[in-house]
Design a protein around this ligand. Structure first.
Ligand code: NCD
Length: 317
């Protein structure tokens, strides 16, 4: 594997291998010295053309725990046209000796272009491209599902038999797309729930069951319900009548949360709009995995950085 651009091309064996490696990485967080020497002498560049809190910090922390040198570049607000700016910036960073480039960009396809346009030689990790994909988020979600469901017996397992509902702004969600491909490759049954206006074209051909009403999906025995943020920054029209109406029809309200099975996990990639897609009763409950997802994100990013940037420096100690 040279780059990580999407989950669409990850097969079951590769995905399980990444999850297992992330489990090894998680154990290093329990040590007194949390660092591994795996990427000593290598340079990881974080190239963020879009706002981010947890993904940027998570990649930064993962690279540092592997002893890499880390450069973070926030290019938001650049006045240069986007294609040009991406090429110029990437070549500048490559000239500084970047071994891996973590990129977030508002254009779908930007990570792919960076990896395949022939501008640079570094490994490219997609940290979110427009509404297209966010592969490390899906990997950390799969990790969280596996760890909560199987506990100490996770290793080597996939997600066969698990039923997951992904709810909300599917149209604008790269998290939803990456999860559809990854969770189904791992054998999970995926249900997507969204108002008609937030269902993307072509979704009917995805390997999922589509619902318009949240209560229909909640009547199934679900292992997890993953709530998506309403992405107003990507909305240039009205997709639902009002926030109140949305919360009532598609939000995980306290009343809906109370109806969930006792073991159903409540997931959200963050940042959350409390009171809109998710109530505080659900977000702050013991069944919420929101903070586990953040913790697991560091282990997943350590695993993929290790696989893509360690070269021939051997297995992690
Ligand atoms: C997601 C993203 O940026 O796509 N957030 C994240 O990476 N934690 C989802 C979102 O912004 O709603």
């Amino acid at each position: 594997m040279k780059h990580l651009l999407s989950t669409r091309d990850l097969d079951r064996a590769t995905a399980v291998r990444i999850l297992d490696l992330a489990e090894d990485m998680a154990h290093t967080a329990d040590r007194e010295v949390k660092k591994l020497p795996a990427l000593r002498g290598r340079t990881v560049v974080n190239l963020f053309f879009e706002d981010s809190t947890r993904t940027r910090l998570s990649f930064e922390s993962a690279a540092k725990r592997l002893s890499a040198d880390v450069i973070t570049f926030s290019a938001k607000g650049s006045s240069v046209s986007k294609g040009e700016s991406l090429k110029d910036t990437a070549q500048t960073l490559a000239a500084m000796g970047a071994d891996a480039i973590v990129v977030r960009h508002p254009d779908s396809g930007a990570a792919h272009q960076l990896a395949h346009a022939g501008w640079i030689d570094a490994a490219v990790l997609n940290a979110g491209d427009g509404t297209h994909e966010h592969p490390t988020q899906a990997l950390l979600d799969a990790y969280t599902l596996r760890a909560r469901h199987f506990g100490a017996h996770s290793r080597g397992r996939d997600l066969a038999g698990l039923r997951v509902a992904i709810v909300g702004d599917i149209l604008h969600s790269r998290v939803a797309r990456s999860n559809v491909w990854l969770l189904t490759a791992l054998g999970a049954e995926v249900h997507l729930v969204a108002p008609r206006t937030l269902q993307p074209h072509g979704m009917q051909s995805w390997p999922v069951t589509v619902h318009e009403h949240l209560d229909d999906a909640l009547s199934l025995a679900l292992d997890a319900v993953m709530m998506l943020r309403i992405q107003t920054e990507r909305m240039h029209a009205a997709f639902f009548p009002s926030a109140r109406e949305y919360a009532r029809e598609w939000g995980l309200t306290a009343e809906r949360f109370a109806r969930l099975g006792p073991d159903t996990m409540v997931m959200h990639p963050g940042p959350m709009n409390r009171g809109l897609e998710i109530s505080s009763a659900a977000a702050d409950s013991s069944r919420s995995t929101v903070l586990d997802q953040v913790t697991n994100g560091v282990s997943i990013r350590m695993a993929v950085l290790y696989l893509l940037a360690a070269g021939s420096s051997g297995e992690p100690a």
